[in-house]
Design a binder for this molecule. Structure first.
Ligand code: SF4
Length: 350
């Protein structure tokens, strides 16, 4: 199964029909950043520029937010953000509550803080968990995550613990491992793929590093032979129970110009940060021009139907989308929605 490419908006036809009539539809997916604190300092962290300040959503407000999102008609919530979500004590109760309400939940984590109790709750609540593990041995892991070498053992143990829980209790959680490919970890990625498979993960995905302005780290060259070798190895590991891949195609297909002139995807995906700010998209966090409001000033439904959001959308409409970060979360969705609003002149020749 392909877990991480393309988009799935076509499964939400009712909402698409409403959206096409220019109605303000509820988002399908919300990403919450429970805290900006992080116990790791990855070399290539995309949020380094935000400073990992001591900002966290307070317990009560986060629980209310889950209720508000549910009332708005949200289908899924991912707990991720610019810090490690498990550093906020409200994250697991929020996941449990959202799941009780019928909202699908996902968690992106470095996996260091899992223990048996947390793993048991998460295995029974989450639709998926994605471990960010950027090295396949103690040395390369600690070099990239800038932690002690022992941290690698802890994370791998935790991954195995969750894999075992899943197989013993038959939980429906999808366990993924994601690794950003860098010269610093290239020699051990193949080892990491083996570890992921042996630990009971469902997939292993290798992503290229995207050098964007806000990230100070710059990657050296990785020889194409090494990439090809890895691609070959991952292909050979894929079977009915495990998939492994490199997302290079994503990079290649997004290096060209965007065809869409409007960012329609922001009607379906919303970002809520650890400060309570509600943003249009991840790449523009911190830029007030992309901010719809703050959940400490208004409840989520007020923000989503508010004037400020309309103004921000107008501003985004006026932007040249090619100035945005390549391969942003909404890119595939925008291509699809642009096509839906601007159909092919031969659309009836199916
Ligand atoms: S196209 Fe630009 S405005 Fe739209 S989601 Fe991507 S980065 Fe954000």
């Amino acid at each position: 199964m392909n877990y991480m490419s393309g988009h799935k908006l076509y499964y939400h036809l009712d909402r698409l029909v409403e959206w096409k009539k220019d109605n303000n539809v509820s988002p399908v997916y919300a990403e919450i950043g429970p805290t900006s604190l992080c116990n790791h300092r990855c070399l290539m962290c995309g949020y380094e520029h935000l400073g990992h300040k001591n900002e966290s959503l307070e317990y009560g407000r986060m629980m209310e937010l889950v209720e508000e999102l549910h009332q708005s008609g949200i289908n899924s919530i991912v707990f991720a953000g610019d810090g490690e979500p498990l550093l906020n004590k409200a994250t697991i109760p929020s996941i449990e509550r959202a799941t009780q309400l019928g909202v699908d939940c996902g968690l992106s984590t470095n996996g260091f803080l899992l223990d048996e109790k947390k793993a048991a709750i998460l295995a029974g609540s989450l639709k998926w968990i994605r471990f960010s593990i950027n090295g396949g041995n103690n040395k390369e892991y600690s070099l990239v995550h800038r932690t002690s070498e022992k941290a690698f053992d802890t994370v791998i143990n935790n991954l195995g613990m969750l894999g075992q829980l899943k197989s013993e209790r038959g939980h429906n959680i999808t366990i993924g491992v994601q690794c950003v490919m860098l010269p610093e970890n290239m020699d051990s990625i193949s080892e990491l793929a083996d570890i992921a498979k042996d630990s009971g993960a469902d997939y292993f995905i290798v992503k290229p590093f995207y050098p964007v302005e806000k990230i100070s780290y710059r990657s050296g060259e990785i020889h194409s032979d090494a990439i090809e070798l890895l691609r070959h190895k991952l292909k050979g590991m894929t079977d009915d129970n495990f998939s492994a891949d490199i997302r290079l195609l994503e990079l290649e297909s997004n290096s060209g110009k965007r065809v869409y002139k409007k960012c329609y995807g922001i009607d379906f995906i919303v970002i809520i940060t650890s400060t309570g700010d509600v943003y249009s998209c991840l790449p523009h966090i911190g830029d007030e021009r992309f901010k719809f409001g703050n959940i400490h000033e208004n409840c989520f439904p007020e923000i989503w139907s508010g004037k400020r959001k309309k103004d921000v959308k107008e501003f985004i409409d006026s932007l040249n989308k090619n100035s945005c970060q390549p391969n942003c979360r909404n890119h595939r969705i925008n291509e699809f929605l642009w096509d839906l609003k601007h159909p092919h002149m031969h659309k009836n020749f199916i």
